[in-house]
Design a protein around this ligand. Structure first.
Ligand code: AMP
Length: 277
């Protein structure tokens, strides 16, 4: 496994990668969710590239950029085990030199849900992913369903800008109790961690209500809100039931609607989602 920190070094090694090249962008502090993306890339491509970069431009000024967990040694050992061919882990100056001044905006899709709660977030995500795509030049790129809106935004960017990259969704990997794996779960204290399972329970409730015939989005949201409200440390930021492609909010729930939410536990903000059907 090759480890490179500069674009120049990546360019030197790029010709050695046999097509198709599968690419997994991450912010590191890897868990089973990330590794599942790597495994799928490994299974579908002769070459696998992974990036580790905590992207400063996708964090708001009051967010957790500085304290975001980092453990590059452990990450590299895990990637080696999964058989990644090349890991790109640039320092911030490599991705954002002082005169860097071009940005990718994905418009309406990036303005709602996470984009509304975190202004500028998807501008940072789309810009860094576009730049990583141009550096790595993959054929296929793997993203987790865990970040459902990110997936929609990246797919739209790749299509609108004719990037020629197939964007592939990988199902959310969960802890045994159902909590979606996330690098941010390490922020939770014991009591918050116990109560955080309610996100998954609320999503399962939404799925069950829908399967039992409830199609009224407001009624489903109310029941989810009541369930989450039973956990005293949970503070709901939003619960959305939206069209999975346009992200338009729905009054009447339909097949393949995206039920998503952001819930705070103390300082920790968790997101999760399910596609009903
Ligand atoms: P991050 O390091 O948080 O930027 O995540 C890197 C990639 O891993 C993104 O495509 C995420 O959607 C994906 N990912 C994160 N957590 C999970 C999970 N629990 N299951 C599946 N994919 C995930």
């Amino acid at each position: 496994m090759k480890i490179v920190k500069t674009i120049a070094d990546f360019n030197k090694l790029r010709p050695e990668l046999t097509a198709p090249v599968g690419f997994v962008p991450t912010m590191g502090y890897l868990h089973e969710g990330h590794l599942e993306l790597v495994r799928q890339a490994r299974a579908e491509n002769p070459s696998v590239a992974v990036s580790i970069f905590v992207n400063p431009t996708q964090f708001g000024p009051k967010e957790d950029f500085k304290q975001y967990p980092r453990d590059p040694e452990r990450d590299l050992a895990l990637l080696e085990k999964e058989g990644a061919d090349i890991v790109f882990m640039p320092p911030a100056e490599e991705m954002y030199p002082p005169d860097f001044n071009s940005w990718v905006e994905v418009g309406k899709l990036a303005e709602r849900l996470e984009g509304a709660a975190r202004p500028g977030h998807f501008r940072g995500v789309a810009t860094v992913v576009a730049r990583l795509f141009n550096i790595v030049r993959p054929d296929k790129a793997y993203f987790g369903q865990k970040d459902a809106q990110q997936l929609v935004v990246i797919k739209k960017m790749a299509a609108d800008l004719d990037m020629g990259i197939e964007v592939i969704a990988v199902p959310t990997v969960r802890e045994p109790d159902g909590l979606a794996m996330s690098s941010r779960n390490t922020y939770l204290n014991d009591e918050e961690r116990k109560q955080a399972v309610v996100l998954y329970q609320a999503l399962k409730l939404a799925q069950k209500l829908y399967s039992d015939g409830e199609k009224d989005a407001k009624a489903i949201r109310e029941q989810m809100t009541a369930l989450i409200g039973q956990q005293p440390l949970a503070d709901i930021e939003y619960i959305s039931i939206a069209d999975a492609e346009t992200l338009d909010e729905l009054d009447t729930v339909k097949q393949s609607a995206l039920v998503s939410m952001a819930v705070r536990f103390g300082k920790t903000r968790l997101i999760d989602n399910v596609v009903v059907g």
